[in-house]
Design a protein around this ligand. Structure first.
Ligand code: HEM
Length: 250
């Protein structure tokens, strides 16, 4: 069954979420969404964030590791070194991403990351209902990020920036007369002391721990249900969509 809803055509959603889309026959077109710097930075950020979480927790409370492992020579030193190298990689991804907000295509630019129009919020609500399996046939169809993705990705970018700022504020302590310390003195002043800086850095780590499984689950889910190669789009840059399908951002 194919249902036409507000300019959208969908088979899988119309039939309910338990069933994946029909086998991909008919006319499909390939749309190019993500330039290679965006894809490369996605994977660099993914690897560095995993390393930052693991090494960060090891620095903050090494006791969760099996007895004996912490006593190895220079264990925390290695954890800190990996943490700081991964931090540098994360900063590089943020710089590239910010540049691409201006240089990218319509799916990569500012507008695609900020649900600012009233219709975006209406569509976000419909998207939430789709994920909750309520009226899935009404879900809005996007080629790039849907408004819920726009909001959640923008929030996680902001969290990453707070992690970088608080991280460098702590890092600067090692050299009190240095440039980094001087540039980040405002951070402990704003947050009420270095202990609070550390607390914010620690607590926000959990934002990533919550975000990552949801992000991976929803990506795999979209790939399975829509059968358009959503997962491979972050490797190849594009995905397949039916030629007769209309998209809000198409
Ligand atoms: C996704 C990003 C990041 C995550 C998840 C993360 C996670 C953590 C965690 C959990 C801790 C331990 C906090 C505690 O004491 O309980 C930590 C410590 C630390 N992090 Fe990060 N971090 C991130 C990014 C950064 C960045 C960009 C820097 C910049 C240099 C940084 C520098 C530091 C420093 C200096 C410490 C304290 C190290 C020490 O006490 O020896 N972090 N991080």
């Amino acid at each position: 069954m194919t249902e036409q809803v507000g300019g959208t055509v969908d088979t899988a959603r119309a039939r309910g979420l338990a069933h994946p889309a029909d086998a991909p026959v008919g006319h499909y077109r390939w749309v190019y969404l993500w330039h290679w710097p965006i894809r490369a930075m996605h994977w660099v950020a993914a690897i560095s964030i995993v390393l930052l979480i693991f090494t960060g927790f090891a620095i903050g409370r090494p006791y969760y590791l099996p007895a004996g492992q912490v006593t190895g020579e220079f264990f925390i030193g290695w954890m800190r070194l990996i943490h700081f190298i991964a931090a540098g990689a994360l900063v590089a991804t943020v710089i590239v991403r910010v540049y691409w907000l201006f240089a990218g295509n319509r799916y990569e630019r500012f507008a695609a990351l900020l649900p600012v129009r009233p219709s975006d919020w209406v569509n976000m609500f419909k998207q939430i209902k789709y994920y909750l399996m309520i009226r899935p046939e009404r879900a809005p169809r996007y080629l790039g990020h849907n408004p819920l993705q726009q909001l959640s990705y923008t929030l996680i970018y902001l969290v990453a920036i707070v992690m970088i700022v608080t991280g460098f504020a702590m890092y600067g302590q090692a050299n009190p007369g240095g440039l980094i310390r001087g540039a980040t003195l405002w951070v402990p002043q704003l947050l009420g002391g270095m202990q609070n800086v550390r607390l914010v850095h620690h607590v926000l780590t959990w934002a990533f721990l919550i975000f990552i499984p949801i992000h991976v689950y929803l990506s795999i889910r979209a790939d399975v249900i829509e059968r358009g190669g959503t997962m491979s789009s972050i490797i190849t840059g594009g995905r397949f969509v039916r030629s007769d399908e209309e998209f809000i951002d198409g």
